[in-house]
Ligand binder design. Structure first.
Ligand SMILES: *[C@@H]1O[C@H](CO)[C@@H](O)[C@H](O)[C@H]1NC(C)=O
Ligand SMILES: *[C@@H]1O[C@H](CO)[C@@H](O)[C@H](O)[C@H]1NC(C)=O
Ligand SMILES: *[C@@H]1O[C@H](CO)[C@@H](O)[C@H](O)[C@H]1NC(C)=O
Length: 676
């Protein structure tokens, strides 16, 4: 022990006395990432991201640390350099390494557990910071201090942000965006609200320059979104009224509608707005009803994250995406944990069931209620991959229809859908009004950047107005017909084949949107990354200067830092009484009501082994296998025995649907359109 302490003193002293560099602030230095398996072999030099990562302490008293991984483009200039996006995955309890290594980050993981480049990486459009939160998620940890409600998530993230800005003060002055997916549709509006409250507090002199939110396949208005499962499934051709379970599905739909109608009526369920097991059950019923028992074992069930794919039952998508099979062992490597400067080495799981169970959010209002106030100040872009069932686009469109923001309810009646063209191809369509943009992204799953990395990166362009508008004129009126975003110029192999902006602007009647001039500068920067000659730009080139410092003396300093960190690690571990594996609290007894997208997957790692009945039965808590090998409610009744609810007001809903197969047929018992 004494030797260790002396050793640490020695190395610290050496670091202080012999510190050859102050160019890079010292706080930041310990987070620098200089190696990863495959980094130098597989990543093109011009695409090398400048990286910082580590576990940042939030609270000493309970040892709470959030893991972050920051990527920036060393050649970035202008808008891209001046933008910082914090990315959050959902769950609750799922790691943002999904985002970093399977979606918007610069890397994918190959079969050899090495990094390879993602051509659509968002770090070319913004500084990207992927954060594992709340505590216990991914590489983040604490001494069993778990968040239970969303206001805690908000507070903790604000603490994280402020600590983060101490280390990266330059990011504080950049344009800040929050982006994420799925259950982050709850996190992000709460955090945005927290930032706005912080900015309005006169005590705080420095403000956080929050500029916009991007939420993909978000779980924002849960019960309303649950009501979309059936209409979506019919529209997608997954199920039809000829299905033997159709009437049961309609009955469940009605029960869910009744739950919604009773919210705010002093009903017990008004306490549970984020979660209604009744509503969420519709999805599990659809998955059961569409089970194909004649298909091979691995494809009997529809994948609920992408209906064009199939999975084994009852996983129904939880074995997806396939990249997870490489990402998990990649992050399980000790050397990777060293590369990422982890203080506390931790077995990485995509999703933590413990975090998910604690974060029941029973007393939190659904985030949809926060959106109107946010939209008064900043724009929000909601996007949906159109193949996702669990957070499908119809659900998003439906809650937008009922939401009142900036003076009106929903989008205007006559607001038409505008085609979104990216790089000459139809990428989807969008609607945009009063700071809210909704984008339906074609041919994409629950994880849009997984399927369409380059297209997804241009969602940023849509949010910040970096596109070309094509209009058609009818006499006086001009009708918007398409928005065009383009490939990053640095990626065009032939500089003359610029069919993006300039091509579009040639078309008749098209007008320029707010096309940021930075794009030009950026492309120059990319072609010149190897020379410093063009670095006449000011603070924005700071990152690139730092990047160039990762040579010579930097390596020496870094080696010293590693030794110091290692020394501290050894010291800490020798003092720690418990084992270094963390988070081993008992799950709360309360039943989870939000049986939520990414969260479902957690049961695979944590509970499937213990539970032969499989994930869905656990996830939905209400199902077990009966002797006919059919999943049935746990009370022992099979589907046959569920009492069919009488159709409201004597209507035969099924018949009505058959006569009028429009979406409104699904709004059973929805006499009271008023929602609070
Ligand atoms: C990425 O772009 C490079 C160069 O344009 C190309 O060779 C490579 O195949 C692309 N990779 C993927 C996965 O599309
Ligand atoms: C929309 O957002 C901008 C900031 O981007 C803000 O100034 C404006 O007040 C917001 N409200 C409306 C109705 O556009
Ligand atoms: C993508 O989606 C569009 C619209 O849904 C469709 O027409 C097109 O065939 C799809 N493309 C692919 C490659 O699936």
């Amino acid at each position: 022990m004494l030797i260790r302490i002396l050793f640490i003193f020695f190395t610290v002293a050496l670091q202080i006395l012999g510190n050859p560099i102050n160019q890079l602030n010292d706080k930041k230095g310990q987070y620098l990432v200089t190696n990863l398996p495959g980094l130098y072999d597989n990543i093109p030099k011009q695409d090398f991201p400048l990286m910082f990562a580590g576990q940042l302490e939030l609270y000493k008293e309970n040892n709470t640390h959030y893991f972050f991984w920051r990527f920036s483009d060393s050649g970035a200039r202008g808008a891209a350099a001046n933008r910082t996006i914090f990315w959050l995955n959902g769950g609750p309890g799922c790691s943002s390494m999904d985002g970093a290594l399977m979606e918007a980050g610069p890397f994918r993981i190959n079969l050899k557990k090495e990094v390879v480049y993602n051509n659509g990486s968002w770090h070319k459009a913004a500084n990207m910071i992927f954060v594992d939160q709340p505590a216990g998620t991914g590489y983040s940890y604490s001494n069993n201090a778990f968040d239970v409600e969303l206001y805690q998530v908000k507070t903790d993230f604000l603490v994280f942000l402020l600590k983060y800005f101490e280390i990266f003060p330059e990011d504080m002055n950049k344009e800040i965006f929050l982006a994420g997916e799925s259950y982050a549709g709850q996190y992000i509006p709460y955090i945005a609200q927290g930032i706005m409250e912080y900015n309005k507090n006169p005590v705080h002199e420095s403000k956080i320059n929050l500029k916009g939110l991007l939420i993909g396949n978000g779980w924002i208005s849960p019960n309303e979104q649950s009501l979309s499962y059936l209409p979506y499934s019919v529209a997608a051709g997954i199920i039809s009224p000829s299905n033997p379970n159709w009437s049961l599905l309609l009955a469940q739909q009605e029960k869910c509608q009744n739950v919604l109608n009773n919210i705010g009526n002093g009903d017990y369920l008004s306490q549970l707005q984020i979660a209604s097991a009744t509503c969420e059950k519709i999805l599990s019923m659809i998955l059961s009803a569409t089970l194909d028992q004649d298909a091979p074992k691995d494809s009997q069930c529809i994948n609920m994250y992408d209906f064009t794919l199939r999975d084994s039952y009852p996983s129904c998508g939880m074995n997806w995406p396939p990249d997870l099979a490489d990402v998990t062992p990649f992050l399980g490597q000790e050397r990777v944990m060293d590369n990422l400067n982890l203080i506390e080495h931790k077995e990485w799981h995509e999703c933590s069931g413990t975090v998910g169970r604690y974060l029941s959010a029973r007393h939190s209002r659904p985030s949809v209620e926060l959106l109107p106030a946010i939209l008064e100040e900043i724009p929000i872009l909601l996007f949906n991959g159109n193949r996702d069932i669990i957070c499908n686009y119809i659900g998003t469109e439906n809650f937008i229809k009922e939401m009142k923001w900036n003076g009106e309810i929903g989008f205007s009646q006559d607001l038409s859908e505008v085609t979104w063209l990216h790089d000459g191809q139809t990428a989807g369509y969008l609607k945009s009004e009063r700071n809210l943009t909704f984008v339906n992204v074609f041919n994409s799953s629950h994880m849009v950047p997984f399927d369409k990395p380059e297209v997804s990166r241009s969602l940023i362009d849509l949010l910040v107005g970096d596109y070309v508008i094509q209009e058609r004129s009818h006499g006086e009126d001009r009708e918007k017909v398409a928005l065009t975003t383009s490939k990053r110029k640095s990626q065009l192999s032939d500089p003359n084949s610029d069919k993006g902006k300039s091509g579009a602007s040639k078309t008749e009647d098209s007008t320029k949107g707010t096309v940021a001039p930075e794009t030009q500068q950026e492309s120059q920067a990319h072609t010149n990354t190897d020379s410093d000659s063009d670095s006449n730009s000011d603070s924005e080139s700071q990152d690139s200067k730092e990047n160039n410092l990762i040579t010579g003396t930097r390596i020496l300093q870094f080696a010293i830092l590693i030794v110091v960190l290692w020394g501290f690690y050894v010291l800490l571990s020798s003092y720690r009484s418990g084992p270094s594996s963390i988070i081993k609290s008992k799950p709360s007894n309360k039943k989870k009501n939000v049986q939520w997208a990414d969260q479902l997957r957690q049961f695979e790692t944590e509970e499937m082994k213990k539970n032969e009945q499989g994930i869905l039965s656990r996830a939905f808590l209400k199902f077990k296998r009966n002797d006919k090998n059919i999943y049935a409610p746990i009370d022992g009744k099979g589907y046959e025995n569920i009492e069919l609810q009488p159709a409201s007001e004597g209507r035969n809903v099924e018949e009505e649907h058959l006569q009028n197969p429009g979406m409104d047929a699904f709004r059973i018992g929805d006499e009271d359109e008023e929602r609070t």
